[in-house]
Design a protein around this ligand. Structure first.
Ligand SMILES: [Zn+2]
Length: 82
């Protein structure tokens, strides 16, 4: 069983099934963990910017741009293979 180096929670991944470079995320603390080594598995915490305070700002931004309707589906243009 692999444990999160951040909070020591058990991560539901089989040690034999992970690959070097694989990114896992901890179900407990939601840290992103890169498999830096296997046999034995070693996880690196991928640290991002401090997020606790940022989250509030993001919420405000989201509320501000309520223009989802303006998003066009550009994918259709490329779907022309026949
Ligand atoms: Zn964790």
């Amino acid at each position: 069983m692999i444990r999160c180096p951040e909070c020591s929670a058990e991560i539901d991944v089989d040690e034999d099934e992970v690959e070097e470079g694989e990114i896992l995320s901890c179900p407990e603390c939601e840290s992103e963990l890169e498999v830096s080594q296997i046999h034995p598995v070693h996880l690196n915490i991928i640290s991002e910017d401090d997020d606790d305070e940022d989250e509030e700002e993001e919420e405000e931004e989201e509320a501000e741009d309520g223009d989802k309707d303006l998003i066009e589906e550009e994918e259709e243009e490329e779907e022309d293979e026949e």
